[in-house]
Design a protein around this ligand. Structure first.
Ligand code: HQG
Length: 182
């Protein structure tokens, strides 16, 4: 599998594991896991055949660590970004750093200041630990602007945070009172 085939397959896996498992007739469990064997069979049926080794390669080389294999290697899921409903209630919430960042586009600001950060089409609001990532994420939507989120204060006030990879944090909603500017 060459690099461009790998990228194509990685995008397709993102689509089915985060958003539309039904297009290849798979059904993730409540935590978003699917059996690797079932996934490979489903892909095969959809003319997107893949070997276990190729799947592992995609998971390991993904630029944003989008996929996660279970420790026994038998299950796979998207680490973050879902629009399908997945339960993190069973996974541990973790104390976030005092401050986190959210990159967005300037045109969303007025609405964000009114309603806070909403999860929009995903299951969670995504926050970054570093400015560089936040700027990149914001730049996907237009002229980027970085918001500083008082995550430590939110946690003390009872909001829950989940960590999906070293620099991505998830939470359900960030009210305007916890948002500051650089
Ligand atoms: C904005 C990528 C108006 C929010 C990235 C964002 C990330 C509001 C957009 C991950 C709002 C939603 C997530 C409100 C939030 N009014 N706009 N009240 N509340 N917004 O793509 O955070 O490549 O769903 O600021 O790297 O940009 O997919 O979220 O601009 O980690 O692996 O609504 O997706 O990773 O956009 O990105 P998104 P996001 P992947």
């Amino acid at each position: 599998m060459n690099r461009s085939e790998q990228k194509h397959m990685s995008k397709f896996l993102t689509l089915v594991l985060r958003h539309q498992p039904e297009i290849i007739h798979i059904q993730p469990d409540p935590q978003g896991w699917v059996s690797v064997q079932e996934l490979l069979i489903a892909l095969q049926k959809n003319k997107k055949g893949l070997s276990v080794d190729e799947l592992h390669q995609i998971v390991e080389t993904n630029d944003k660590n989008r996929f996660e294999l279970s420790t026994d290697g038998k299950r796979i899921r998207a680490r973050y970004g879902h629009s399908i409903s997945i339960s993190k209630e069973h996974s541990e919430s973790v104390n976030p750093p005092e401050l986190l960042f959210h990159g967005t586009a300037t045109r969303f600001l007025a609405s964000i200041l009114r309603e806070g950060l909403q999860r929009m089409n995903r299951q969670y609001v995504h926050l970054s630990t570093d400015l560089h990532t936040a700027k990149q994420v914001g730049g996907r939507h237009g002229k980027p602007i970085i918001l500083i989120i008082e995550a430590g204060r939110m946690r003390s006030d009872g909001f829950l945070f989940y960590r999906t990879e070293p620099n991505v944090w998830l939470t359900k909603h960030v009210p305007p009172a916890y948002i500051r500017f650089q």
